[in-house]
Design a protein around this ligand. Sequence first.
Ligand code: TYM
Length: 381
Amino acid sequence: MAGEEFVVTPWKVEGVVDYDRLIERFGTQPISDELMERLLRAAGERHHLLTRRIFFSHRDLDKVLDDWEAGRGFFLYTGRGPSGPMHIGHIIPFYFTKWLQDRFGVNVYIQLTDDEKFLEEERGLSLEETRRWAYENALDIAAVGFDPDKTFIFQDTEYIGNIYPLALKVARKINFSWVRAVFGFNHQTNIGMTFYPAIQIVPSLFEKRRCLIPAAIDQDPYWRIQRDIAESLGYYKTAAIHSKFLPPLTGPTGKMSASKPESAIYLSEDPKSVRKKIWQAYSGGQPTKELHRKLGGNPDVDVAYQWLYYFFEPDDRKVEQLREDYRAGKILSGEMKEILIEKVTKFLEEHQARREEAEEKLRLYKYEGKLAKEMWGKTYE
Ligand code: TYM
């Protein structure tokens, strides 16, 4: 299926994504072995999202490491568009960002774009709804366990006064033809959407040092614009590290979507529905057990294996063994699913327990922690 047409924008993913071609299309860089090892050495620990190239592409990651080694430091920025409950794919960049924060001891800024999800008219959400989802999603993000002194979580409709002056300066550098070309806007697009990119760019300018943005590659179009204007405003071009998409349960095309609840597992789901959804997931197995034993399965399209590889089985040796045994027909699709069910259930159980305790933490991240207090005292000019 590779080579077929596919689409990746901040709002949609269609077809089977060819990530090598996407690197060319977007003009980003693959993470070379050398750069990956340099990052892991600086971090002092390995991480399977890097060694397995789930984070596979970047912009200026080498410069982030130069800055780090020279003592200039850097900061992290990521975000969430609160359009509904978060699924497992959405939380992966946050767990990775926490790992980077732990390893490098740097500040993290997290933007909740309740404005963006209201402006996307096709979603049909009211502003009250996106604000409420911002709060619900923030609890999931707080459950990830960022450093309360070095993390600021903010919601656009609340924090806008502090960033509006800088958003204006960013907005004046971007004309309509440019955002139309980058985002595919047209004459029916509401004018809120055409201004919105300025709002998503601003947090990359929160400090006068290099920003590193961990996110899936769908968000890269914003960073492309940022990098063309940042220096003219006296800031650093942002760096970025891009991940692939955790594939939908329904098969290798497109992405998990709220309009197809069977395609994703949400962070709030209970063990029963996790089991049901994973049992129905797309598999790389043969039609019968006998054929599977004889011919083996295809781990490259088996969603249960893919989820273990992407995130849920950090042990490289084990994941390699699963791959080989599945190929050889020693492991059946149902057995692969059982392994995943156990991992996902445990992950969600732990995440949900941390979420129960997250309200107080969220107050620190939003208002009362060291970084949060500093941020409310600032206006970004
Ligand atoms: P949103 O809410 O669509 O996505 C939140 C984060 O999840 C990533 N993502 C995925 N990662 C792995 N597998 C998937 N299947 C998957 N689907 C989504 C997204 O890339 C993102 O990192 N406009 C943004 C909100 C935002 C933002 C940011 C995101 C504002 N500032 C800075 C990243 C960095 C949005 O709607 O994200």
